[in-house]
Design a protein around this ligand. Sequence first.
Ligand SMILES: CC(C)(COP(=O)(O)OP(=O)(O)OC[C@H]1O[C@@H](n2cnc3c(N)ncnc32)[C@H](O)[C@@H]1OP(=O)(O)O)[C@@H](O)C(=O)NCCC(=O)NCCS
Length: 188
Amino acid sequence: MSTPFIVPRIAASDSLVLRPWRLDDLPLVREAAEDTYIPLVTTVPSPYTHAEGVAFIARQEDRALSRKGYPFVMAEAAGDRGLGMIGLWPDAAGEGRASVGYWVPGSARGRGIATVGLRAVSTWALRDLALARVELYVEPWNTASRKTAVHAGFTYEGHLRSHQSVGGERRDMLLYSRITADLTDADG
Ligand SMILES: CC(C)(COP(=O)(O)OP(=O)(O)OC[C@H]1O[C@@H](n2cnc3c(N)ncnc32)[C@H](O)[C@@H]1OP(=O)(O)O)[C@@H](O)C(=O)NCCC(=O)NCCS
């Protein structure tokens, strides 16, 4: 049997940590379930029930155990309260690439959480996991996520037409990436 992925605890800044999911993160899942977009592009249950929330958290543990990826909670460094999710999903073919996805529910938005979390997880992937490339797919209308990508050091590479299905409709995606050569001294 192959070794499970271990989701580490990463200090993203003085105020933000990335850590594994825990059962007491249910309020975070509950708030994300009320968002109009997050359940469309994730497996966050909508409508929310306690049982579905527990199953969502169990799925995150399974994703690491089955080597599908590294699902993190972005949490307050002081107190550990969950503020959002970020996940790193290495390509199964072992080509040194991974994709990344993230969400922050409404009450925690606009405080730089996604930007700091994305920079930290991509730096960890490129430096500690020695991956060569981290990719991010963003819908063209999603200004907040496009800004997050650029502020976190990602480079825009192109517009992918009809790239994936979202809510039953084909949608275009913008492709961003961060590669090993993009690491700077500021990344430690
Ligand atoms: C995208 C998302 C993760 C951003 O999270 P966040 O923690 O609020 O992001 P940050 O605080 O790091 O802000 C990033 C930038 O987006 C800007 N921004 C935030 N909300 C915005 C909005 N509604 N419209 C335009 N810009 C916005 C911020 O001002 C900041 O840019 P600035 O520093 O130049 O002002 C969050 O809005 C979200 O979860 N959206 C729904 C799910 C989603 O779209 N996930 C990404 C899929 S690719």
